[in-house]
Design a protein around this ligand. Sequence first.
Ligand code: ADP
Ligand code: GLC
Length: 478
Amino acid sequence: MMNILFVASEIYPLIKTGGLADVAGALPVALRKKGHDVRLLMPAYSGILDKVAPIQNKINLGNPFNTGDLILLETQILENGTPIWLLQCQSLYEREGGPYLDTEGNDYQDNHLRFAALSWVAAVLSSYGSLMKWQPDLLHINDWQAGLSVAYLKSWKMPHIPVVTTVHNLRYNGSFPMSLFSETRLSDELLTHHGIEFYGQFSALKSALVYSDAITTVSPTYAKEILTAEYGDGLDGTLRAHQHKVQGILNGVDYDQWSPDIDSNINTKYTIDSLNLKQKNKLALLKENHLDENLEQPIFGVVSRLTEQKGLDLVLEAIPTALEQGAKFILLGSGDKALENAFVELQQRFPQQVGIRIGYDEAYSHRLQAGIDALLIPSRFEPCGLTQLYALKYGTLPVVRQTGGLADTVFEEGPEANGFVFEEANTTSLTSAIERCMIFFRDNRGWRERQENAMQYDFSWEKTTTHWLDLYSRLLKK
Ligand code: ADP
Ligand code: GLC
């Protein structure tokens, strides 16, 4: 049995802005089911205390950053009993906005400190487990927000436990102006090109890459892509230098949350043997969006953060052709204001065929996946992507760009065909993939076979944990 401290800045069902929360909410649970003692660490953002069990233990770690005392609360996630430490510090975490952005959508000015504090606490727990009467054997950190943990361990110059870093998205590198570095209380010795200096700034993600014992990314293809200048976001050189530590482990799906046969969020439950019931969800979704109720035409959908990464500007250009041929389009998303406005305008142009919901809505994301026929994911890069995996389970065929985890999970050709794939991130390629998809849908040519392939594929965490346990054991043997 291993003791693993798992650190993340968002964990479903406590708080979620994207796929990291889904992973942090599910992988530790799957590892615990295999008998390992995995415990979580996350900031106590506003509202979190309502979603956990009564606090069992409280420890004051002092005021190392002059932000007020850092207080560690020991509790469990109500929904599944997973042990979690919440880092409480009112001035850092109890705010009106999201975990990273204020209500206007701007980065908090003190994000460097908010996540330095989280990382410092992760390092303290890794080194002084006796404080909490629990000593981790291994530290597993996720993304830049926990990346400075290894820098603290490094600068304290003490022997320490192995550290695994998982990169969910290299684009967010947690880099900050050098002028803020002294606030982290880290040693200047780390500020070299081979350390955490990054184009004149310091980077929390680079710290994670340089000082961790192993680096994983969330799909095998993304693990290869990030070694290139095209996908490396300026960190490809660092990654190549540490290439021996890099490996891709595909994310899984929490089928307790995402299965059409048990999903209480959707209108009508269905299985592979009652796929015709999917139509009821389609009709319900059309009604909910006040759209034309003809079921003969395909509905294309999107559930996504609206950012450059996701390539949704291409959807704006490509989808009108499909709409003119009678298709429908339903989107749930939020983010970039220009994209939000452009999608609202699209709805005004095609009021009978387009349904746009700007915002974040977990339950609706399930209804959407169950009701649409095809999910569009034309990402410019995609470390793993979870929405295509959810779509597959709901017999909704993904139309994806061949990159990252999308390339590892969606196939247009061969006996495993389960969706539609295009290569180039441009309108022409997406338009032609949408066209192919419409032809398959209308002629009923192999659509059903694709749906069956899709629904049968097993991306459960249960299967994936083997890779994690192999990696952890390997590091602990060293
Ligand atoms: P990323 O983490 O890059 O955003 P993923 O595909 O890995 O992409 O995960 C996105 C997660 O966030 C999925 O669970 C998806 O359903 C959810 N999601 C994205 N946008 C919304 C939204 N507007 N409302 C509800 N859920 C959303
Ligand atoms: C990131 C990536 C996404 C991935 C998710 C979970 O947000 O953008 O591709 O699925 O993390 O690992």
